[in-house]
Design a protein around this ligand. Structure first.
Ligand code: MTE
Length: 325
């Protein structure tokens, strides 16, 4: 077992980028990269918010960028699904302050050469972090465009050398009723669990995210580490992960356990297959501008595989997507 507690370094307030200069980020990032490495989870108090917010200083930019308008930080952190903090959309922002994302350990287990329990700082190093702008499309027909900070899941998977029997990757969220008071209710079976087929997990698009907008992940968005699978409905993006296992059989997934006729294992965004209770043809884009009234924004067309079909449609060649929904 390997749990190392890392002492965090302080970052000067002068080194923090304000939202207003975010659009100038490319230049900022170059400068920051020269400034050198910092711990993955340094503590910083920003002036714009009373709560603790942390800035990563050496995030690489990648070619995964969208030309669409970004959802504001306030928008993406105030309208959430995170049942561990309540079932209402604004519950997580109000309640997730009880989550302690530091220190954080993740157990890697199952069919691999290397397994064990690791401190997050040992699993992901700051120099590996990159920013990727991905759409997130919820099964409830709303979407956001978010600048995530993270590392490709494949980089972690390679390190642990899963063997040829490992056909799937299973994920689990923390269970702790004190930190996650929503778990006192039986709104879902705990822990929240999710899974990917191995070829989905090692696809270069699949991201383990530790932040948004160059900052540490807000608690309500799944601090300190969550999955982002941009071509799948948002519920595949499991939050506050404590366990990753390499397994032979398709693992159980929370929403499939909850309502198997409504949510399948694959959950690829597909405007041609309606949810039994509503259409998936369109979605409401939440920009965050104008606060939560933004949820009344006009709907836009939903794209097959959320617009990432060129990269991932090949994974499902020959599969009947009505059957494997
Ligand atoms: N992960 C956990 N542990 N618990 C949850 O309730 N909700 C899922 C997913 N991950 C959920 C979760 C759903 S339904 C969605 S749409 C996305 O998180 C929402 O992510 P966001 O709040 O960052 O937009």
């Amino acid at each position: 077992m390997l749990i190392k507690h890392v002492k965090n370094s302080e970052v000067k307030p002068s080194e923090i980028t304000s939202k207003s200069i975010f659009l100038n980020r490319r230049k900022f990032l170059q400068t920051a990269a020269i400034a050198g490495g910092i711990s993955l989870l340094p503590k910083v108090i920003t002036s714009s918010c009373a709560s603790t917010r942390t800035k990563f200083l050496n995030v690489k930019t990648t070619s995964f960028a969208e030309v669409e308008k970004l959802t504001t930080y306030e928008g993406l952190s105030s309208y959430n699904n995170f049942y561990e903090f309540g079932t209402g959309k604004t519950d997580p922002a109000r309640n997730a302050h009880t989550l302690k994302p530091e220190p954080w350990a993740i157990e890697i287990s199952g069919l691999a050469t290397k397994i064990g329990k690791f401190h997050l700082d040992d699993l992901i190093k700051p120099h590996q972090l990159e920013e990727r702008i991905y759409r997130l499309r919820c099964v409830e027909a709303w979407s956001m465009v978010i600048p995530w900070v993270g590392i490709p899941l494949v980089d972690i998977i390679k390190r642990f050398e899963p063997n040829s029997k490992a056909k799937f990757v299973a994920f689990e969220t923390l269970v702790d009723k004190e930190q996650m008071p929503g778990q006192k209710s039986r709104s879902l079976d705990w822990p929240y669990v999710e899974g990917l087929r191995m070829d989905e997990a090692i696809n270069p698009l699949t991201l383990l995210a530790v932040g948004v907008y160059g900052e540490r992940m807000p608690n309500q968005n799944g601090a300190p580490i969550r999955l982002v699978v941009p071509w799948k409905y948002g519920f595949k993006s499991i939050k506050s992960i404590v366990k990753i296992s390499f397994v032979e059989k398709e693992p159980p997934t929370t929403w499939n356990i909850q309502a198997p006729s409504e949510y399948g294992f694959y959950s690829n965004v597909n405007p041609n297959i309606d949810h039994p209770r509503w259409s998936q043809k369109r979605e409401r884009r939440i920009t965050g501008e104008g606060g939560l009234s933004a949820i009344f924004m006009p709907k836009i067309e939903t794209q097959f595989m959320n617009g990432y079909a060129d990269e991932v449609a090949e994974l499902y060649k020959g599969m009947d997507l009505k059957k494997f929904f």
